[in-house]
Design a protein around this ligand. Sequence first.
Ligand code: MLT
Length: 391
Amino acid sequence: MKINSHYSALPAHYLFHDIDLRVQTYLSQHPDTRLLRMGIGDVTRPLPRVIVDAMQRAAEELAHEETFRGYCPENGYEWLRQTIIDHFFLPRGIPFHPDEVFISEGAGSDLGNLSDLFDRDNKVAIMDPTYPAYVDANIMAGREITLLPCLRENNFVPDLPAQPVDIIYLCFPNNPTGAVLTRDQLRLWVEYARRNHSLIIFDAAYEAHISSPDIPHSIYEIEGAREVAIEVHSFSKSAGFTSVRCGYVVVPFETGLQPLWMRRQCTKYNGTAYVSQRAAEATFTPEGQKGIRDNLCYYKNTASLILNGLREIGLEAYGGENAPYIWCRAPHGWNSWTFFDHLLNHCQVVSTPGVGFGRCGEGFVRFSAFANHPSAIEALHRIHAYLGLRP
Ligand code: MLT
Protein backbone atom coordinates (compact mmCIF):
# COMPACT_ATOMS: atom_id res chain seq x y z
CA MET A 1 0.00 0.00 0.00
CA LYS A 2 1.01 3.62 -0.50
CA ILE A 3 -0.04 6.18 2.06
CA ASN A 4 -1.58 9.51 1.08
CA SER A 5 1.68 11.41 0.58
CA HIS A 6 -0.05 14.73 1.24
CA TYR A 7 -0.12 13.83 4.95
CA SER A 8 3.60 14.48 5.04
CA ALA A 9 2.84 18.18 4.39
CA LEU A 10 0.77 18.39 7.61
CA PRO A 11 2.24 19.60 10.91
CA ALA A 12 3.15 16.56 13.02
CA HIS A 13 0.34 17.20 15.53
CA TYR A 14 -3.03 18.89 15.39
CA LEU A 15 -2.76 22.23 17.21
CA PHE A 16 -4.85 21.38 20.27
CA HIS A 17 -3.19 17.99 20.62
CA ASP A 18 0.19 19.72 20.56
CA ILE A 19 -0.89 22.14 23.29
CA ASP A 20 -2.31 19.29 25.34
CA LEU A 21 1.05 17.49 25.19
CA ARG A 22 2.83 20.59 26.53
CA VAL A 23 0.25 21.04 29.27
CA GLN A 24 0.50 17.36 30.29
CA THR A 25 4.30 17.64 30.44
CA TYR A 26 4.00 20.74 32.64
CA LEU A 27 1.49 19.02 34.92
CA SER A 28 3.64 15.92 35.28
CA GLN A 29 6.46 18.18 36.53
CA HIS A 30 4.16 20.37 38.67
CA PRO A 31 1.41 18.01 39.83
CA ASP A 32 -0.04 20.39 42.44
CA THR A 33 -0.59 23.27 40.05
CA ARG A 34 -4.08 24.69 39.56
CA LEU A 35 -4.07 25.50 35.86
CA LEU A 36 -6.46 28.11 34.52
CA ARG A 37 -7.60 26.86 31.14
CA MET A 38 -8.34 29.46 28.51
CA GLY A 39 -6.95 27.52 25.58
CA ILE A 40 -9.32 25.37 23.53
CA GLY A 41 -12.78 26.83 23.03
CA ASP A 42 -14.52 24.21 25.14
CA VAL A 43 -17.65 25.13 27.08
CA THR A 44 -17.87 25.06 30.87
CA ARG A 45 -21.50 25.94 31.69
CA PRO A 46 -23.87 23.02 32.43
CA LEU A 47 -26.61 22.27 29.92
CA PRO A 48 -30.06 23.73 30.57
CA ARG A 49 -32.30 21.20 32.38
CA VAL A 50 -34.83 21.02 29.52
CA ILE A 51 -32.10 19.70 27.19
CA VAL A 52 -30.95 17.05 29.64
CA ASP A 53 -34.60 16.01 30.21
CA ALA A 54 -35.04 15.63 26.43
CA MET A 55 -31.97 13.38 26.27
CA GLN A 56 -33.21 11.28 29.19
CA ARG A 57 -36.62 10.85 27.55
CA ALA A 58 -34.96 9.93 24.26
CA ALA A 59 -32.72 7.38 25.98
CA GLU A 60 -35.73 5.90 27.79
CA GLU A 61 -37.57 5.49 24.47
CA LEU A 62 -34.78 3.23 23.31
CA ALA A 63 -35.49 0.87 26.22
CA HIS A 64 -39.01 0.01 25.01
CA GLU A 65 -40.09 -2.06 22.05
CA GLU A 66 -42.85 0.38 21.01
CA THR A 67 -40.54 3.40 20.96
CA PHE A 68 -37.19 1.83 20.11
CA ARG A 69 -35.38 3.25 17.03
CA GLY A 70 -32.60 1.92 14.85
CA TYR A 71 -30.51 3.89 12.35
CA CYS A 72 -31.37 7.57 12.08
CA PRO A 73 -31.67 9.11 8.60
CA GLU A 74 -28.22 10.05 7.24
CA ASN A 75 -29.27 13.69 6.87
CA GLY A 76 -31.05 13.83 10.24
CA TYR A 77 -34.69 13.60 11.30
CA GLU A 78 -37.00 15.89 9.37
CA TRP A 79 -38.54 17.20 12.63
CA LEU A 80 -35.14 18.64 13.60
CA ARG A 81 -34.34 20.02 10.16
CA GLN A 82 -37.73 21.74 10.02
CA THR A 83 -37.32 23.06 13.59
CA ILE A 84 -33.99 24.65 12.63
CA ILE A 85 -35.56 26.30 9.57
CA ASP A 86 -38.56 27.53 11.59
CA HIS A 87 -36.54 28.94 14.49
CA PHE A 88 -33.28 30.10 12.97
CA PHE A 89 -33.80 30.87 9.27
CA LEU A 90 -37.46 31.87 8.82
CA PRO A 91 -37.36 34.62 11.48
CA ARG A 92 -34.52 36.14 9.39
CA GLY A 93 -36.65 35.92 6.25
CA ILE A 94 -34.65 33.00 4.81
CA PRO A 95 -36.75 30.06 3.59
CA PHE A 96 -35.20 26.61 3.09
CA HIS A 97 -36.54 23.17 2.21
CA PRO A 98 -35.72 20.59 4.93
CA ASP A 99 -33.68 18.63 2.36
CA GLU A 100 -31.22 21.53 2.19
CA VAL A 101 -30.33 21.06 5.88
CA PHE A 102 -28.08 18.15 6.93
CA ILE A 103 -27.75 17.24 10.61
CA SER A 104 -24.32 16.04 11.67
CA GLU A 105 -22.21 15.19 14.69
CA GLY A 106 -20.73 18.70 14.67
CA ALA A 107 -19.26 21.50 12.60
CA GLY A 108 -15.65 20.33 13.00
CA SER A 109 -16.32 17.08 11.11
CA ASP A 110 -18.42 18.82 8.45
CA LEU A 111 -15.74 21.41 7.78
CA GLY A 112 -13.23 18.64 7.14
CA ASN A 113 -15.61 16.33 5.27
CA LEU A 114 -16.94 18.93 2.83
CA SER A 115 -13.57 18.73 1.12
CA ASP A 116 -14.74 15.35 -0.34
CA LEU A 117 -17.04 17.21 -2.74
CA PHE A 118 -14.33 19.01 -4.62
CA ASP A 119 -11.83 18.02 -7.23
CA ARG A 120 -8.19 18.25 -6.29
CA ASP A 121 -7.76 20.78 -9.06
CA ASN A 122 -9.42 23.68 -7.21
CA LYS A 123 -7.72 26.78 -5.89
CA VAL A 124 -8.69 27.27 -2.28
CA ALA A 125 -8.49 30.54 -0.34
CA ILE A 126 -8.28 30.38 3.46
CA MET A 127 -7.91 33.17 6.00
CA ASP A 128 -4.62 33.29 7.90
CA PRO A 129 -4.79 32.87 10.90
CA THR A 130 -7.56 30.29 10.73
CA TYR A 131 -9.20 27.28 12.35
CA PRO A 132 -6.64 24.59 11.41
CA ALA A 133 -9.14 22.03 10.08
CA TYR A 134 -9.77 23.95 6.82
CA VAL A 135 -6.09 23.98 5.95
CA ASP A 136 -5.48 20.41 7.10
CA ALA A 137 -8.41 19.00 5.10
CA ASN A 138 -7.21 20.70 1.92
CA ILE A 139 -3.61 19.68 2.47
CA MET A 140 -4.81 16.08 2.86
CA ALA A 141 -6.58 16.44 -0.49
CA GLY A 142 -3.46 17.91 -2.10
CA ARG A 143 -5.04 21.23 -3.11
CA GLU A 144 -3.31 24.51 -3.80
CA ILE A 145 -4.06 26.93 -0.96
CA THR A 146 -3.93 30.72 -1.12
CA LEU A 147 -3.72 32.30 2.31
CA LEU A 148 -5.57 35.55 2.95
CA PRO A 149 -3.67 37.54 5.60
CA CYS A 150 -5.72 38.87 8.51
CA LEU A 151 -3.56 41.39 10.32
CA ARG A 152 -3.88 44.40 12.60
CA GLU A 153 -3.43 46.51 9.45
CA ASN A 154 -6.69 45.22 7.92
CA ASN A 155 -8.56 44.83 11.23
CA PHE A 156 -8.20 41.05 10.78
CA VAL A 157 -10.59 41.17 7.81
CA PRO A 158 -9.01 39.70 4.66
CA ASP A 159 -8.86 41.50 1.34
CA LEU A 160 -10.55 39.84 -1.62
CA PRO A 161 -8.15 37.40 -3.35
CA ALA A 162 -5.92 39.11 -5.90
CA GLN A 163 -6.21 36.10 -8.27
CA PRO A 164 -9.47 34.18 -8.88
CA VAL A 165 -10.01 31.24 -6.53
CA ASP A 166 -12.59 28.46 -6.66
CA ILE A 167 -13.36 27.81 -3.00
CA ILE A 168 -13.20 30.30 -0.13
CA TYR A 169 -13.43 29.45 3.57
CA LEU A 170 -14.79 32.28 5.70
CA CYS A 171 -15.43 32.14 9.44
CA PHE A 172 -17.29 35.03 11.08
CA PRO A 173 -17.39 35.76 13.98
CA ASN A 174 -13.84 34.66 13.51
CA ASN A 175 -11.91 31.96 15.23
CA PRO A 176 -9.24 32.88 16.36
CA THR A 177 -9.21 36.71 16.05
CA GLY A 178 -12.80 37.43 17.13
CA ALA A 179 -13.21 39.75 14.12
CA VAL A 180 -16.65 40.17 12.52
CA LEU A 181 -17.98 41.31 9.14
CA THR A 182 -20.72 43.85 8.61
CA ARG A 183 -23.42 43.13 6.03
CA ASP A 184 -21.67 45.39 3.52
CA GLN A 185 -18.36 43.61 4.01
CA LEU A 186 -19.96 40.19 3.64
CA ARG A 187 -21.81 41.38 0.53
CA LEU A 188 -18.45 42.02 -1.16
CA TRP A 189 -17.54 38.35 -0.70
CA VAL A 190 -20.87 37.12 -2.06
CA GLU A 191 -20.47 39.41 -5.08
CA TYR A 192 -16.89 38.17 -5.55
CA ALA A 193 -18.06 34.54 -5.48
CA ARG A 194 -20.85 35.25 -7.97
CA ARG A 195 -18.50 37.07 -10.33
CA ASN A 196 -15.84 34.37 -10.18
CA HIS A 197 -18.13 31.30 -9.97
CA SER A 198 -16.51 30.41 -6.66
CA LEU A 199 -18.06 28.70 -3.67
CA ILE A 200 -17.93 30.10 -0.13
CA ILE A 201 -17.87 27.69 2.79
CA PHE A 202 -19.16 29.90 5.56
CA ASP A 203 -18.41 28.74 9.10
CA ALA A 204 -21.11 30.29 11.28
CA ALA A 205 -20.21 28.28 14.40
CA TYR A 206 -19.93 31.40 16.56
CA GLU A 207 -22.98 33.34 15.32
CA ALA A 208 -24.76 33.02 18.69
CA HIS A 209 -22.03 35.16 20.26
CA ILE A 210 -22.91 38.21 18.15
CA SER A 211 -24.19 41.14 20.21
CA SER A 212 -24.23 43.99 17.64
CA PRO A 213 -27.41 44.24 15.57
CA ASP A 214 -25.62 45.14 12.31
CA ILE A 215 -23.59 41.92 12.14
CA PRO A 216 -25.15 39.14 10.01
CA HIS A 217 -25.72 35.75 11.68
CA SER A 218 -25.93 33.90 8.38
CA ILE A 219 -24.43 34.48 4.94
CA TYR A 220 -27.93 33.90 3.53
CA GLU A 221 -28.91 37.29 4.93
CA ILE A 222 -27.04 38.57 1.86
CA GLU A 223 -28.96 38.50 -1.39
CA GLY A 224 -27.60 36.04 -3.92
CA ALA A 225 -25.72 33.94 -1.35
CA ARG A 226 -27.75 30.77 -1.81
CA GLU A 227 -26.20 30.17 -5.26
CA VAL A 228 -22.64 30.47 -3.96
CA ALA A 229 -22.50 29.45 -0.29
CA ILE A 230 -22.63 26.45 2.00
CA GLU A 231 -23.06 27.31 5.68
CA VAL A 232 -21.91 25.29 8.67
CA HIS A 233 -23.47 25.57 12.13
CA SER A 234 -22.64 24.10 15.50
CA PHE A 235 -24.69 23.44 18.62
CA SER A 236 -21.39 23.26 20.53
CA LYS A 237 -20.68 26.97 20.66
CA SER A 238 -24.32 28.08 20.77
CA ALA A 239 -25.79 25.51 23.16
CA GLY A 240 -22.80 23.89 24.87
CA PHE A 241 -22.90 20.57 22.95
CA THR A 242 -19.15 19.87 22.79
CA SER A 243 -19.77 16.48 24.43
CA VAL A 244 -23.31 15.86 23.12
CA ARG A 245 -22.21 16.40 19.48
CA CYS A 246 -24.59 17.96 16.99
CA GLY A 247 -24.28 20.48 14.18
CA TYR A 248 -25.70 21.04 10.72
CA VAL A 249 -24.76 22.12 7.22
CA VAL A 250 -26.97 24.05 4.83
CA VAL A 251 -26.42 23.10 1.20
CA PRO A 252 -28.88 25.13 -0.89
CA PHE A 253 -30.31 23.47 -4.02
CA GLU A 254 -29.05 26.47 -6.01
CA THR A 255 -25.40 25.49 -5.40
CA GLY A 256 -26.00 22.25 -7.31
CA LEU A 257 -24.18 20.44 -4.50
CA GLN A 258 -27.14 19.18 -2.44
CA PRO A 259 -27.42 15.79 -4.26
CA LEU A 260 -23.64 15.27 -3.98
CA TRP A 261 -23.57 15.97 -0.25
CA MET A 262 -26.55 13.64 0.26
CA ARG A 263 -24.73 10.98 -1.74
CA ARG A 264 -21.55 11.49 0.29
CA GLN A 265 -23.35 11.33 3.61
CA CYS A 266 -25.28 8.16 2.67
CA THR A 267 -22.00 6.40 1.92
CA LYS A 268 -19.80 7.74 4.68
CA TYR A 269 -22.10 8.76 7.52
CA ASN A 270 -24.68 6.71 9.40
CA GLY A 271 -26.54 9.54 11.06
CA THR A 272 -26.33 11.60 14.23
CA ALA A 273 -27.35 9.92 17.51
CA TYR A 274 -31.10 10.08 18.17
CA VAL A 275 -30.46 11.32 21.71
CA SER A 276 -28.34 14.21 20.39
CA GLN A 277 -30.98 15.18 17.84
CA ARG A 278 -33.66 15.30 20.56
CA ALA A 279 -31.28 17.44 22.63
CA ALA A 280 -30.80 19.80 19.66
CA GLU A 281 -34.56 20.02 19.19
CA ALA A 282 -34.96 20.98 22.87
CA THR A 283 -32.63 23.95 22.42
CA PHE A 284 -35.41 25.64 20.42
CA THR A 285 -38.10 25.32 23.15
CA PRO A 286 -38.76 28.51 25.16
CA GLU A 287 -36.97 27.05 28.22
CA GLY A 288 -34.13 25.83 26.02
CA GLN A 289 -33.75 29.27 24.46
CA LYS A 290 -33.75 30.93 27.87
CA GLY A 291 -31.14 28.52 29.26
CA ILE A 292 -28.92 29.00 26.23
CA ARG A 293 -29.28 32.77 26.38
CA ASP A 294 -28.27 32.75 30.05
CA ASN A 295 -25.16 30.70 29.28
CA LEU A 296 -24.26 32.88 26.29
CA CYS A 297 -24.67 35.95 28.47
CA TYR A 298 -22.26 34.40 30.99
CA TYR A 299 -19.66 33.78 28.27
CA LYS A 300 -20.16 37.25 26.80
CA ASN A 301 -19.52 38.78 30.22
CA THR A 302 -16.40 36.65 30.56
CA ALA A 303 -15.26 37.80 27.11
CA SER A 304 -15.59 41.50 27.96
CA LEU A 305 -13.94 40.88 31.33
CA ILE A 306 -10.93 39.30 29.59
CA LEU A 307 -10.78 41.91 26.81
CA ASN A 308 -10.96 44.85 29.22
CA GLY A 309 -8.71 43.17 31.79
CA LEU A 310 -5.95 42.56 29.24
CA ARG A 311 -6.21 46.13 27.99
CA GLU A 312 -6.06 47.46 31.56
CA ILE A 313 -2.89 45.45 32.12
CA GLY A 314 -1.49 47.30 29.11
CA LEU A 315 -1.71 44.51 26.56
CA GLU A 316 -3.02 44.97 23.04
CA ALA A 317 -6.19 42.89 22.71
CA TYR A 318 -8.87 42.45 20.03
CA GLY A 319 -12.11 40.52 19.46
CA GLY A 320 -14.22 39.49 22.44
CA GLU A 321 -17.17 41.77 21.60
CA ASN A 322 -19.09 39.57 19.17
CA ALA A 323 -17.03 36.44 19.65
CA PRO A 324 -15.85 34.20 22.50
CA TYR A 325 -12.19 34.70 21.59
CA ILE A 326 -9.76 37.45 22.57
CA TRP A 327 -6.73 37.90 20.35
CA CYS A 328 -3.85 39.30 22.38
CA ARG A 329 -0.54 40.61 21.10
CA ALA A 330 2.51 39.27 22.90
CA PRO A 331 4.43 41.93 24.84
CA HIS A 332 8.19 42.57 24.62
CA GLY A 333 8.31 41.39 20.99
CA TRP A 334 7.87 37.76 22.11
CA ASN A 335 6.63 35.25 19.60
CA SER A 336 3.46 33.25 20.17
CA TRP A 337 5.05 30.16 21.72
CA THR A 338 7.28 32.27 23.99
CA PHE A 339 4.25 34.15 25.31
CA PHE A 340 2.36 30.85 25.63
CA ASP A 341 5.26 29.37 27.64
CA HIS A 342 5.51 32.43 29.91
CA LEU A 343 1.78 32.23 30.59
CA LEU A 344 1.95 28.50 31.29
CA ASN A 345 5.16 28.43 33.33
CA HIS A 346 4.76 31.66 35.31
CA CYS A 347 1.00 32.25 35.48
CA GLN A 348 -0.26 28.66 35.10
CA VAL A 349 -2.63 29.97 32.44
CA VAL A 350 -3.29 27.94 29.29
CA SER A 351 -3.79 29.98 26.12
CA THR A 352 -3.50 29.07 22.45
CA PRO A 353 -0.45 30.33 20.53
CA GLY A 354 -1.58 32.42 17.57
CA VAL A 355 1.00 30.98 15.20
CA GLY A 356 -0.74 27.60 15.60
CA PHE A 357 -3.56 29.13 13.52
CA GLY A 358 -1.20 30.22 10.74
CA ARG A 359 1.86 32.29 10.05
CA CYS A 360 -0.06 35.57 10.32
CA GLY A 361 -1.00 34.62 13.88
CA GLU A 362 2.65 34.86 14.93
CA GLY A 363 3.15 37.24 17.86
CA PHE A 364 -0.35 36.66 19.28
CA VAL A 365 -2.07 34.27 21.65
CA ARG A 366 -5.78 33.52 21.83
CA PHE A 367 -7.77 33.44 25.08
CA SER A 368 -11.06 31.57 25.17
CA ALA A 369 -13.98 33.17 27.01
CA PHE A 370 -15.61 29.78 27.55
CA ALA A 371 -13.62 29.69 30.79
CA ASN A 372 -15.54 30.25 33.99
CA HIS A 373 -15.69 33.75 35.40
CA PRO A 374 -13.62 33.26 38.61
CA SER A 375 -10.87 31.53 36.59
CA ALA A 376 -10.76 34.43 34.14
CA ILE A 377 -10.49 36.95 37.01
CA GLU A 378 -7.71 34.96 38.64
CA ALA A 379 -5.90 34.53 35.32
CA LEU A 380 -5.92 38.31 34.80
CA HIS A 381 -4.52 38.83 38.33
CA ARG A 382 -1.76 36.31 37.71
CA ILE A 383 -0.88 37.80 34.30
CA HIS A 384 -0.84 41.30 35.76
CA ALA A 385 1.31 40.18 38.71
CA TYR A 386 3.78 38.49 36.39
CA LEU A 387 3.99 41.01 33.55
CA GLY A 388 3.35 44.07 35.68
CA LEU A 389 2.98 46.18 32.57
CA ARG A 390 0.62 48.81 33.88
CA PRO A 391 -0.94 49.27 37.33
C1 MLT B 1 -11.14 26.07 19.17
O1 MLT B 1 -10.70 26.19 20.31
O2 MLT B 1 -10.64 26.65 18.21
C2 MLT B 1 -12.31 25.18 18.96
O3 MLT B 1 -12.89 24.82 20.15
C3 MLT B 1 -11.91 23.96 18.27
C4 MLT B 1 -13.08 23.26 17.71
O4 MLT B 1 -14.19 23.78 17.68
O5 MLT B 1 -12.87 22.14 17.23
